[in-house]
Design a protein around this ligand. Structure first.
Ligand SMILES: Cc1ncc(COP(=O)(O)O)c(C=O)c1O
Length: 439
């Protein structure tokens, strides 16, 4: 299939690179070499984004200011640490389609999910259920399950787990909406991924939010694999809350500071239950050390602690690069071309032994390719792939994932051998076999 003039020849890839308006941006990143020292293609942005070259100087600036100014750095100048987090807000807001009073960089992803569920999961005897999906990232599953238990409810009756239909890999929109309606009056919260970490499927966040609100439930999204990958419009979609990490497609560095969104209508609601810390109280009185909490009139009122400046500095380097690239819309335009090209290569070079389980329509996918090995005996190929620098990220009987880098293979970051048995249901807290490492 010579779609759009693609061929499997390496010259085709070179021509596509030559025509790519963002090609020069590659030089802005430190791309880790392959184990043999040769140049590599870095396809694990879904796990840890590559390092922007500028992050060293952004972080270095703060180390330098710390060495020169010590505590005075908190209140020095434009980069004063007491207001440093504000430097990230507008850029992050543009990336997720939020307003600047709706978006904050703080904590890390799972922590933010917990903080937001404290506010948005308010179970009653009649309305206590939470919808998640069967292959939810383990941390999300644990967070939801523990929230249910902490409120005195039983996950066995309060946790609703959505699954793809038998024989299918991805969730159907209609099934998600039907499940929401089916649990209607009993449903307190829908907590789903924006982009599924395992299949790469993009869920219809607007439709899910509308359906959730239609039955009186709150709707929140884990955007770990969506942010910096696909177009997001959280404010317009009316999403109640969302949280994400910045170490994947936002290239903010390992364990980097997370992000959170709370819709404006909730930001204005001072009656919402919330865990409090001093970074959530108004700046004007924060340092008077009084114990009267006056909420910052933005999502910042969910902040607890003074933020990790070095991590935020690294993230700023990346956010500035995204702006220089023309923002997420310009990046997505490039990504869509790469998706079509990679589809072509998978079809031409790998099928039928290896098939892509990520949905084909562009609206239902980001830049991730999840591949299933359908042929038995394919394991024999692994040594060859590993020799090229492929990174095995997990093993065991649950979905195996690996990153593949080879001269002819240009587009995978998830790998799911069909010869593995069906994944076991997610174990309850403290039960079941150890799961593979999530990274
Ligand atoms: C979908 C998803 N949820 C949650 C997490 C956990 O993130 P953190 O360790 O930053 O809390 C990850 C980490 O990769 C993830 O991919």
């Amino acid at each position: 299939m010579a779609e759009a003039g693609f061929t499997t020849d390496v010259d085709c890839a070179r021509q596509l690179d030559a025509a790519d308006p963002l090609a020069a941006m590659r030089a802005e990143f430190n791309i880790p070499p392959a184990p043999d020292g040769s140049e590599s293609v870095y396809l694990v942005g879904n796990s840890l984004g590559a390092q922007p070259r500028a992050s060293r100087s952004y972080v270095g600036t703060e180390l330098d200011r710390w060495s020169r100014m010590g505590v005075r750095g908190h209140r020095s100048d434009r980069l004063a640490w007491v207001t440093y987090h504000e430097l990230l807000v507008d850029q992050m807001a543009r990336i997720v389609g939020g307003r600047s009073d709706e978006v904050v960089a703080m904590n890390s992803l799972t922590v933010n999910l917990h903080l937001l569920m404290v506010s948005f999961y308010r179970p009653t005897r009649a309305r206590h259920k939470v919808i998640i999906e069967r292959h939810a990232f383990p941390s999300d599953h644990f967070a939801v399950e523990s929230q249910i238990s902490q409120r005195g409810f039983d996950p066995d009756s309060s946790l609703v787990v959505l699954s793809p239909r038998p024989g299918e890999e991805t969730l159907r929109r209609a099934d998600i909406i039907d499940t929401i309606r089916q649990h209607g009056d009993e449903l307190a919260l829908v907590m789903l991924p924006g982009v599924h970490y395992y299949t790469g499927q993009v869920l219809d966040m607007a439709a899910i939010t509308e359906a959730g609100h239609g039955v009186g439930a709150m709707v929140g999204f884990d955007l770990a694999h969506a942010v910096g990958n696909v177009m997001l419009d959280l404010h317009q979609w009316n999403v109640d809350f969302a949280a994400w990490c910045t170490y994947k497609y936002l290239n903010g560095g390992p364990g980097g500071v997370g992000g959170a969104f709370v819709h404006q209508r909730h930001v204005e609601d001072q009656g919402l239950p919330k865990l409090l810390g001093w970074w959530g109280t108004a700046m004007a009185t924060r340092f008077e050390m009084d114990t009267k909490f006056e909420a910052v009139p933005t999502v910042e009122s969910w902040q607890l602690s003074n933020p990790p400046i070095l991590s935020m500095a690294a993230l700023r380097a990346s956010l500035d690069l995204i702006d220089r690239a023309g923002g997420i819309s310009a990046m997505r335009r490039k990504s869509e071309k790469q998706i079509r090209y990679t589809d072509f290569l998978v079809d031409a070079l790998l099928e039928p032994e290896i098939v892509c389980i990520t949905p084909r329509p562009l609206a239902q996918r980001g830049c991730q390719f999840s591949l299933r090995v359908t042929a038995s005996g394919i394991d024999g190929r692994w040594p060859a792939w590993r020799a090229t620098g492929a990174i095995p990220m997990s093993s065991g009987r649950l979905p195996c994932r690996s990153t593949i880098r080879s001269p002819t293979f240009t587009g995978s970051s998830r790998f799911s051998p069909g010869c593995c048995p069906e994944p076991a249901p997610t174990p309850r807290l403290g039960e079941g076999p150890p799961r593979p490492a999530p990274f």
